[in-house]
Ligand binder design. Structure first.
Ligand code: ZN
Ligand code: ZN
Length: 752
């Protein structure tokens, strides 16, 4: 018998063909296996029917760890034509290749065992990888994905590596990053002028000792540099914060293993699974032990496990977890070139652990949090990119460039969405260049020819201007997509839903009427929406300053409340210009002119200010995040949300602030919880009313505030009680990191 088998799914670049070779050879079957690009893998096997059946069963049962079979179609034929079994060289063309480029994969257990085995030739070799693990996306310079098109081309294989590379029975058969101490990259420990102090395994061991003594060391990873110091040495953390100009932003930790992770944080089953997965994201976990300076004021701490050989070796010499934070200047992308790192980190890092292999593409660590039992991506980058996300209902090639903060770009092609790595805040030229470069790369990998370029409605965003240039150059339409419509659309696309009521809650996005939105209930289709409800518009006293100083936001609401002026004066130290500034703020607030916003984030910020939880924002989302941590220990008072039901409906926030003000002697944890419950309950009420009116049974929840466990729990519980299903993002971030995907699907729908 002869069986022709077509397999689709993640079956390329993951050791699937040698696996098939071994299965077929072991059963004495003849034939071949061939990569067919986007069409998956074609297998032909000839032999006894029983042996082929057994082969098919084993193919599903024993598939390599990184492979995932989506479909397998078998056609039976008679006759036998082949002698032996071979892996046929694939003919890959340009384009349609992004699904062949795998994401970076954390080091596997087999490789770790070899590194720890003193008889193995890769004993204590920092760049040990195999077909099942190692950097991928970050090494690739072009297609097809083959050694000469990676940054490994600078390291000709030694004879022993070549033998492994060409032996279908070997774990390193066609492992493009194959290397050994004889032929591969070399690591060194350098001081701040770039002089090597140690090389090889000793360099890493010495770095570990220096870290435990209080040093700050720049460590080159697969997608860029980290800055590391001991998580148990507040003085080193303080020095790192000063050097980076990041006084409060939480730092992520790297723990040697699960035990060390459990020592600093609570890890439940789901979190453990994600923490130890091949992606090895930073998991936001609930703190168990206070590590001063690591994530000030928050109940969570970001923890990841080692994901390269270098990390494994480094952590072996550390008795405490390490702070491991991306090495970048505020507002700029992660540093990834040796020379650039030495120059820019001079004065911040005491030493450098670096190696002589280039990084082709930057890629920051991904960040995941389990929110009410399910995983929510906060940052989708290393380990995920460039794996596509389904966009099954789309039919055009579209490019989308995202908003301004937490930017990713997205290329839609062939019913799939390819998102770039995390780019960040694109207000600076360096980050804009990074966005352009990664977007070009994605377009090259996918071979897409965009029929439209989607961007945010905000006319001033760098991404809006970039989209305009692209549209002119390629003679395609630029499609403006409202920020919160994009938020809801990305949930709809993920869940393949054509119509929904969406609750989009975040900081600030440019509204269709030119005002600042951020607490929205929208009746959405993919190609358009109606604003059916929103939070009360509140003044932002001093415009953008109200974002950095939440007391200004609070003054906008409470300026005429009895005793409020005195409250503000007591906080003179929180204003850069003290008393003088306060009088100006009070005058401006009474004036009631200027910018207004329906932002949910700003209401949470103002609540944090009222409860003395946070008076100054040092990083995006800080007051709201501190408020969430504060509210966890409290129980909400039951107060009924005030809603006016004229279209669009308005959830009034002034009555909430007046209530909080009158009850400010109550326990502040309870008050924090009350504010969250009020917003969540009110928004849910509006969504429920319109869902019933429009005969829609699903409500989408999105935006940065959807990560708040309490808010998200109250909303989904209210919806469920009303017989509605609450859907959320699983595959892309609920926050702005997923906006480009939403923009792309909206533009696709508008193209018709
Ligand atoms: Zn491996
Ligand atoms: Zn070698």
């Amino acid at each position: 018998m002869r069986a022709v088998i077509h397999v689709s799914g993640i079956v390329q670049g993951v050791g699937f063909r040698p696996f098939i070779y071994r299965l077929a050879s072991a059963r004495g079957l003849n034939g071949y296996v061939l990569n067919k690009g986007d069409a998956g893998v074609e297998i032909v096997v000839e032999g006894e029917r029983d042996d082929i059946d057994d082969f098919l069963e084993a193919m599903h049962r024993e598939a390599p760890p990184l492979a995932s079979i989506e479909t397998s179609d078998v056609t039976w034929e008679t006759g036998e034509r082949h002698d032996g079994f071979e892996i046929r060289r694939s003919s890959q063309q340009r384009g349609g290749g992004a699904s062949i480029v795998p994401p970076d994969v954390s080091i596997c257990d087999d490789c770790i065992s070899e590194m720890q085995d003193s008889d193995d030739r890769r004993h204590r070799y920092f760049f040990t990888t195999c077909t099942n693990c190692g950097p991928r996306y970050t090494t690739i310079t072009g297609l097809p994905y083959d050694r000469p098109q990676t940054t490994m081309d600078a390291f000709p294989m030694c004879e022993r590596c070549r033998k492994e590379y060409t032996d279908p029975g070997d774990r390193r058969y066609h492992a493009q990053t194959i290397a050994c101490p004889d032929c591969g990259p070399q690591v060194s420990l350098q001081n701040s002028d770039g002089t090597a102090m140690e090389t090889g395994a000793m360099a890493i061991r010495r770095a570990g000792v220096l870290l435990m003594e209080g040093a700050i060391i720049a460590v080159k990873g697969n997608g860029g540099f980290h800055l590391a110091c001991s998580a148990a040495m507040p003085s080193a953390i303080e020095r790192l914060r000063e050097g980076l100009g990041r006084p409060r932003k939480p730092f992520a930790l790297m723990a040697a293993d699960l035990d060390m992770a459990r020592d600093v944080a609570h890890v439940d089953e789901r979190e453990q699974e994600l923490l130890a997965s091949a992606v090895r994201p930073i998991m936001l976990l609930r703190k168990r032990r206070q590590l001063p300076g690591v994530s000030p004021g928050l109940h969570t701490v970001g923890v990841m496990l080692p994901y390269t050989g270098l990390h494994v070796m480094l952590l072996e010499s550390c008795s405490e977890p390490l702070v491991m934070t991306s090495a970048n200047m505020p507002g700029e992308p992660i540093l990834y070139r040796n020379k650039e790192a030495l120059d820019r980190l001079d004065g911040i890092a005491d030493f450098f652990v670096t190696y002589d292999r280039r990084i082709a593409h930057r890629c920051d660590d991904s960040v995941v949090r389990v929110v009410n039992g399910s995983a929510a991506l906060i940052r989708r980058s290393r380990g995920y990119v460039p794996t596509p996300v389904s966009a099954a209902a789309t039919s055009h090639d579209v490019l989308a460039l995202g908003p301004e903060l937490d930017v990713t770009s997205c290329v839609l092609s062939g019913g799939r969405a390819y998102l770039s790595p995390y780019i960040g805040n694109v207000s600076r030229p360096a980050t804009q260049d990074f966005l352009e470069r990664e977007t070009e790369h994605l377009l090259g990998l996918t071979g897409a020819t965009p029929e439209a370029v989607a961007h945010d409605l905000h006319p001033g965003f760098a991404t809006t201007k970039m989209a305009g240039r692209y549209a002119d150059e390629h003679d395609v339409p630029a499609v403006a997509v409202q920020h919160h419509h994009a938020h809801v659309a990305k949930v709809m696309a993920e869940h393949r839903i054509g119509e929904t009521i969406g609750i989009a809650i975040d900081g600030i996005g440019y509204g269709s009427d030119g005002s600042m939105w951020g607490g929205e209930v929208l009746h959405c289709r993919l190609d358009g929406f109606t604003r059916v409800g929103h939070l009360e518009m509140q003044p932002m006293v001093g415009g953008d300053l109200a974002t950095r100083y939440p007391l200004r936001m609070l003054a906008g609401v409470l300026h005429d409340a009895a005793g409020f002026a005195d409250f503000l004066r007591k906080h003179a130290a929180m204003f850069p210009h003290g008393m003088q500034e306060i009088e100006v703020v009070l005058r401006q607030a009474a004036n009631e002119r200027g910018v207004q916003t329906s932002s949910c984030g700003r209401v949470l910020d103002a609540t944090a200010a009222l409860l003395d939880v946070c008076h100054r924002r040092h990083y995006e989302g800080e007051p709201a995040m501190l408020l969430e941590s504060h509210a966890r220990q409290g129980a909400a008072f039951d107060i009924t949300p005030e809603i006016s039901w004229d279209a669009p409906a308005v959830l009034h926030t002034s009555p909430l602030f007046r209530w909080l003000w009158q009850h400010r002697d109550e326990d502040s944890h309870d008050l924090a919880s009350t504010a969250e419950a009020y917003l969540a309950g009110g928004l849910a009420d509006i969504a429920i009313s319109y869902a019933h009116q429009e005969h829609v049974d699903v409500v989408a929840l999105a935006g940065g505030c959807a990560y708040n466990e309490h808010i998200s729990r109250v909303i989904s519980a209210s919806l469920e009680r009303a017989g509605l299903r609450c859907i959320r993002n699983r595959l892309v971030p609920a926050g702005d990191g997923g906006i480009s995907y939403g923009q792309a699907v909206v533009a696709d729908a508008r193209l018709g």
